[in-house]
Design a protein around this ligand. Structure first.
Ligand SMILES: [Zn+2]
Length: 108
């Protein structure tokens, strides 16, 4: 997983849309930008928004965000999560960008 500034992380994620993906069949742990691993369903991970076969998730324990790819075989059959990039949300500018990102996802 590449660690980026939050600004670069948001740019790297690309277009974000409202979370609509059904995650119920994707039950596994993922590598978080905080350095730990979290179990997706168990921790009730907060999803900020969707990308193309990936989600932007908030760490349940810290100020980190991670973009997590959903690995499938030809779009079917879950093969686990792969963390693509991570960042820490630090300071007012990042907080504002996070709020804007959440708003952009909700409006999509
Ligand atoms: Zn974490």
């Amino acid at each position: 997983m590449k660690m980026l500034s939050f600004k670069d992380f948001v740019a790297d994620f690309g277009k974000i849309t409202k979370h609509r993906m059904n995650m119920s069949m994707y039950d596994d742990n993922f590598q978080c930008a905080c350095g730990g691993e979290h179990w997706f369903q168990y921790h009730g991970i907060q999803i900020i928004g969707d990308g193309f076969y990936k989600v932007m998730v908030a760490c349940p324990k810290s100020n980190h965000v991670t973009s997590v790819k959903i690995k499938t075989r030809l779009g079917f059959g879950f093969r686990g999560f792969e963390s693509l990039a991570g960042a820490a949300v630090v300071g007012q500018e990042d907080e504002r960008l996070l709020a804007a990102t959440r708003a952009a996802a909700q409006l999509s």
